[in-house]
Design a protein around this ligand. Structure first.
Ligand SMILES: C[S@@+](CC[C@H](N)C(=O)[O-])C[C@H]1O[C@@H](n2cnc3c(N)ncnc32)[C@H](O)[C@@H]1O
Length: 184
């Protein structure tokens, strides 16, 4: 049922979703594998969809860690809100406003940012704005993890982050890549 709701939202909002299929278990595991359960991290997820990656992130988090989840689509936020976890702060607003929302909750940085935002179809100015604010909010050595369906955009990340490593995830529709970008 969740798959059907996600597909419908993808069809009617394609220009903001950039996909018709939610991430696979394999992709969700890869996106969340860098979270260290032994530390009380502040994690930010951008473009959470119906929460498929969110659940994997929460599974990898320590009991006192915090997860900010940004999703602009109210229908999808309603689906995410079914995840009952006190560590999660769900925000129905654009990723570009993350600083305002984190500060409202008393946080001035993020340890890691995990993003499935469709940067290949979002307006270029918005993409630049979100990447700029993400880099600013990340603490030193923090990770920006981004999903893509091709390696075309790698230069954009290499121009912002000090190190970018790419992993291929074949078990996803379509097969994809996870960019692991390190703030120097
Ligand atoms: C490719 S889907 C990924 C969904 C889910 N994380 C997954 O992996 O299946 C991208 C999501 O980003 C959301 N989105 C697009 N622009 C956004 C923005 N500026 N801020 C927050 N979410 C946004 C869309 O509504 C969509 O749910």
């Amino acid at each position: 049922m969740e798959q059907v709701k996600f597909l419908w939202q993808s069809i009617i909002n394609f220009k903001k979703m950039g996909t018709v299929s939610r991430s696979s278990q394999s992709m969700s595991r890869k996106m969340s594998e860098y979270i260290d359960i032994n530390h009380d991290l502040i994690i930010v997820e951008l473009g959470a969809g119906d929460g498929v990656i969110t659940k994997h992130i929460l599974d990898k988090m320590s009991p006192k860690a915090t997860l900010f989840v940004f999703e602009i689509n109210p229908e999808l936020c309603e689906m995410i809100s079914k995840i009952k976890d006190e560590r999660m702060i769900l925000i129905n607003d654009g990723a570009q406003y993350m600083q305002i929302h984190l500060e409202k909750h008393g946080f001035d940085h993020a340890d890691h940012i995990i993003s499935a935002l469709p940067f290949t179809i979002l307006p270029q100015d918005l993409t630049k704005e979100i990447l700029k604010i993400s880099h600013q909010m990340l603490k030193k050595h923090g990770l920006f993890i981004q999903m893509h369906y091709s390696k075309n955009k790698i230069d954009m990340y290499q121009s912002i982050f000090s190190k970018v490593m790419v992993s291929y995830v074949p078990l996803n529709i379509p097969p994809g890549y996870v960019f692991k970008c390190v703030k120097g």
